[in-house]
Design a protein around this ligand. Structure first.
Ligand code: FE2
Length: 367
């Protein structure tokens, strides 16, 4: 058995109603708290009120300008807000977008340089402000990862960033907050959990411990995604748990090809992030099967989906089309998508040698 490291500096509070405990878990002596969220969460859900009540006695300011797939300009606006306010703590409240934006704000607010420099590889000279992550969806797992993804509309790119400094100090996983997700959000974020779990399991940096989390998360999605979408309370709880488990799994195993290949589908065709990754899982598995790579892991995944008629059938059963053409993707775009993907670092932890032609071939097979 190979050795491994496992480090998770995030305190996890799990359970319904736990959001009310936020005030007792504020790291350090932080008084001024910037809540980073989106307008929908702020105005149409009880989550922000719950956080405000939990933070009674603190000076709370809300930045609710985060959009889906947050662009750099939005994060920069949040950074300005944090500096003007003198924020000592950042709460990321919402789905992956607000939590990722909160991490970017927490990191760059304490640096004189611009966010872009840090994303381009400048080493942070100071620790980020502490982050408390409060998910209102069951998908991204961002509450327990040191990762954030931002969109650069000018470059037509998504930029993934990872640094231990942006691990949330506290993750409050309260299924009461995810129970109100609209059906499409529950589905698309649940698909993100599935992609995280399977990709972490296939990655070359997986460990026995991340495998355990990834397989448990996969099995949970298979059993509980459909009933969670139907609003069965126990399954809503289980999906919140699976999202967190899969988040820890990608912290230690990372995502691989389906995620980075999915970015152009989101960027150019508006395919929701989790769905974009999930529809690429089967084509990537087929590629690994043809290449004869990690055959025992591919078999394990096949056996998980066998009772459902296979992975594409499982997705189709949830009402998710699995052909890229169903999302408006065209043959003449595939090479450009492959070129955008090949430069991403996560190509290197996919368990196969991969060329631009391979990537274009995987897209083509999914068309
Ligand atoms: Fe994801």
């Amino acid at each position: 058995m190979n050795g491994f490291d496992f480090h998770l500096p995030t305190k996890i509070l799990f359970g319904r109603g736990r959001v009310h405990d936020i005030g007792s878990h504020v790291p350090g002596a932080a008084r001024r708290v910037l809540v980073v969220t989106d307008r929908g969460v702020a105005t149409r859900t009880p989550a922000l009120d719950a956080v405000r009540r939990g933070l009674e006695g603190h000076d709370v300011r809300v930045f609710d300008g985060v959009e889906e797939n947050p662009c750099l300009a939005t994060v920069e606006a949040g950074i300005k807000e944090a500096r003007d306010f003198g924020a000592q703590l950042v709460v990321g409240l919402g789905g992956g977008s607000p939590m990722d934006a909160a991490k970017g704000v927490a990191l760059a607010a304490v640096h004189d340089g611009a966010l872009r420099g840090l994303l381009a590889g400048d080493q942070p000279s100071r620790r980020a402000l502490p982050v408390v992550a409060v998910p209102t969806t069951s998908g991204t797992g961002s509450e327990v990862t040191p990762y954030a993804v931002f969109t650069d509309p000018q470059a037509g790119n998504k930029i993934g960033y990872g640094h231990p400094s942006i691990f949330p100090a506290v993750a409050i996983v309260d299924p009461d907050l995810s129970a109100g997700m609209p059906v499409t959000v529950a589905l698309n974020t649940g698909l993100d959990v599935l992609a995280h779990a399977l990709e972490a399991y296939l990655s070359t940096i997986a460990s026995p411990l991340s495998d355990t989390l990834a397989l448990e998360a996969s099995a949970t999605v298979l059993a509980h995604l459909a009933p969670a979408i139907r609003k069965e309370p126990e399954s809503i709880d289980r999906m919140a748990y699976a999202a967190m488990l899969a988040g820890v799994a990608i912290t230690h195993g990372s995502t691989i090809l389906p995620h980075i290949m999915g970015y152009p589908l989101t960027m150019f065709h508006g395919v929701p992030h989790g769905r974009a990754s999930a529809v690429l899982l089967a084509p990537v598995l087929d590629f690994l099967r043809r290449a004869g790579r990690v055959p025992e892991r591919v078999r394990t995944i096949d056996s998980l989906f066998a009772p459902h008629g296979g992975l594409p059938a499982f997705l189709n059963g949830l009402g998710v089309p699995t052909r890229l053409s169903d999302y408006g993707v065209r043959e003449d775009e595939l090479l450009a998508f492959a070129r955008k993907t090949i430069v991403k670092g996560d190509v290197r932890i996919t368990p196969a040698e991969v060329t631009v032609e391979d990537l274009a071939g995987i897209y083509r097979a999914a068309l």
